[in-house]
Design a protein around this ligand. Structure first.
Ligand code: DGL
Length: 267
């Protein structure tokens, strides 16, 4: 048994899509979430800067005595995972492999679409992980850079989101994919819009769901679950207290959340 919290981080509120699945899958676990709202976006930055920021995020979470860190950011998982894994000796869980595995299981026609930030798409982490599992699958990917600011602005269900999605998704749609990986933790907040554009025959994969299951398996295998029947806590920290994190986060998690602001540069 290990009653310490699970640490989770992302560049902003996107990682709350992972928190939501962790809370559903592992209701007895304590969670500490950090959103690097002062330095969002990560997706358009270089790998070195993203790695540097992520090291500070994990150091902050370690100051909260976490037992494992969930990298609730595809950009970080795609480009910086190995660098982080060699630096920290707590279990680190990324979102790429769980998402890739779920997509491989879901596809019937062997044609998978992947959307993400430019950093994630540039890294080719999803096509590589998918092809490792099944080299015959064809992967079509597209960076959708404007999706993150649209979500952070709270515009997920607007005409702006729909027109943007139609434009970004047209190439992938032409490729007749039957499965689409939402390869950025912000994108599940756009799920309705993306589903409407892709149509009912395309299965959308939210890697957060499968990441939460993998966290559960590791905690169980390593005997690191929290004791049952205890009061659990989920706490939120950010590096800049903008309005959108608490407002959109509360709406998305269906509970009022309050975030404490910390100085991430000092970690
Ligand atoms: N939500 C993050 C991801 O999954 C990145 C968003 C950003 O900061 O660009 O890649």
């Amino acid at each position: 048994m290990d009653n310490r919290p699970i640490g989770v981080f992302d560049s902003g509120l996107g990682g709350l899509t992972v928190v939501k699945e962790l809370m559903r899958e592992l209701p007895n676990e304590n969670i500490v979430y950090f959103g690097d709202t002062a330095r969002i976006p990560y997706g358009t930055r270089s790998r070195d800067i993203v790695t540097k920021y992520s090291i500070q995020c994990i150091r902050f979470l370690l100051s909260k005595d976490i037992k494992m860190a969930v990298i609730a950011c595809n950009t970080v998982s795609a480009g910086s995972f190995d660098a982080l894994a060699s630096k920290f000796n707590i279990p680190l869980i990324g979102v790429i492999r769980p998402g890739a595995g779920a997509a491989v299981e879901a596809t019937r026609n062997g044609r998978i679409g992947v959307i993400g930030t430019s950093g994630t798409i540039r890294s080719k982490a999803y096509p590589n992980a998918i092809k490792e599992l099944n080299p015959d699958i064809l992967v079509f990917d597209e960076a959708c850079t404007l999706f993150v600011p649209i979500v952070e602005e709270g515009w997920s269900d607007t005409d702006v989101a729909r027109i943007t999605a139609e434009s970004y998704l047209q190439n992938i749609k032409k490729q007749n994919v039957d499965t689409l990986v939402l390869g950025c933790t912000h994108y599940p907040l756009l799920e309705n819009t993306i589903a409407a554009v892709m149509g009912p025959d395309v299965k959308l994969i939210n890697p957060a769901v499968y990441t939460a299951r993998q966290v559960g398996r590791i905690l169980k295998d390593e005997n690191m679950m929290c004791e049952e029947g205890r009061q659990t806590s989920v706490s939120f920290y950010v590096s800049d207290i903008g309005q959108s994190f608490q407002k959109i986060g509360s709406h998305f998690l269906n509970q009022v959340i309050t975030a404490e602001c910390i100085d991430i540069e000092s970690y």
